[in-house]
Design a protein. Structure first.
Length: 270
């Protein structure tokens, strides 16, 4: 990932791009097809092109020339996040081994651009914030941050280590580090919305409207699955809603994906 890039595009529209890669099942999409599908999802042509350009500048998309066409693919930590989303229910909980892996960093205020870059990429990779200057994870994720860590400026430091805790303390730390109160509340809201959508037995046509409905229903829940650290049972809050959310996402996929992919394939191959 191009870690020297400017602040990556933010907001809902960025999530549309990996969603479209997921629907098509392709690792590359031409710029023309990607633009048309983004228009189907509600963007103007100029907004779609600007989004693609910003994501390329931010290192979230890589491109290659094919004749007069440009093909795009997801890149860097953005691509790795997409793979984590695709793993879904197949993501096994990480066993508790008695300690968290940690990154301990000190960054002078004058170099806070690096601090912000490190935190942003670390959170996207799966780290939680134990406290200022301490990032934790269940396994050593630092190799995924190699390109960012290589940019550590003079005067700043980032050190890897482990933090041993009892099960009770580890559960309390995890609850705060990954903000599981907010994550759980979001999951329950998604569960309510997905249940309501699945209550209808109406057949779905192979249209852009169905693709948009599929996007509205599933994109945010899928993105929010990245916020689940895959805690083992002894560290999870009681009645953690992850399993129910994944089950409902799979039901929505079973209903909406076939007509959506039929419509998308008509655009990809048309």
């Amino acid at each position: 990932m191009n870690s020297n890039a400017t602040q990556p595009p933010s907001g809902r529209s960025v999530g549309l791009v990996p969603f479209l890669f997921g629907v098509t099942g392709r690792t590359e999409l031409s710029g023309g097809v990607l633009t048309e599908l983004l228009i189907d999802l509600g963007l103007t042509r100029s907004a779609a092109r600007a989004l693609i350009a910003r994501m390329r500048t931010a290192g979230q998309l890589a491109s290659s020339k094919r004749g007069r066409e440009v093909d795009y693919r997801l890149a860097g930590n953005f691509a790795r996040g997409f793979e984590r989303i695709k793993a879904g229910s197949d993501r096994a909980a990480t066993p508790w081994t008695g300690h968290f892996h940690a990154l301990l960093y000190q960054v002078p205020e004058g170099q806070r651009a690096f601090r912000d870059l490190l935190r942003r990429h670390a959170l996207f990779t799966g780290y939680g914030i134990m406290q200022p200057g301490v990032l934790i994870s269940l396994t050593d994720l630092s190799p995924r941050l190699a390109d960012v860590l290589a940019q550590c400026p003079s005067g700043a430091s980032v050190r890897a280590g482990t933090i041993g805790l009892s099960v009770e303390d580890a559960a309390a730390v995890a609850y705060e580090a990954w903000d599981l109160a907010t994550v759980g509340a979001n999951y329950r809201r998604h569960i309510s919305s997905l249940r309501a959508a699945l209550a209808s037995d109406a057949s779905l046509p192979e249209t852009a409207e169905t693709l948009r409905a599929f996007t509205e229903l599933s994109m945010l829940p899928l993105v929010d699955t990245l916020r689940d650290p895959g805690l083992p049972p002894e560290l999870r809050p009681p009645d953690w809603p992850w399993g129910e959310l994944v089950r409902l996402i799979e039901e929505v996929n079973a209903r909406y994906w076939p007509p959506s992919i039929a419509y998308v394939q008509s655009k990809v191959t048309g």
